[in-house]
Design a protein around this ligand. Sequence first.
Ligand code: SF4
Ligand code: SF4
Length: 65
Amino acid sequence: MAELKLHIDRFKCAACGACVTVCMRDALILWGTWLDIRHENCNACSSCVNICPLGALTLEEQKGV
Ligand code: SF4
Ligand code: SF4
């Protein structure tokens, strides 16, 4: 079964922090201007994808594994 995995487009992300604020599972951390994902905490709720003003976050299907 395919799982959704959060992906960051580093060219689009401006490190505004909006996604970090909206994530209820502490899955997003901003280290200075570097956004990090704790995939083990993410439940693919898509709140961060919807709030990002620059469309830098996407949920993509992971095949296999
Ligand atoms: S909301 Fe978008 S632009 Fe802002 S830090 Fe998150 S991914 Fe980057
Ligand atoms: S998809 Fe949901 S749980 Fe995953 S990082 Fe975004 S807001 Fe957090």
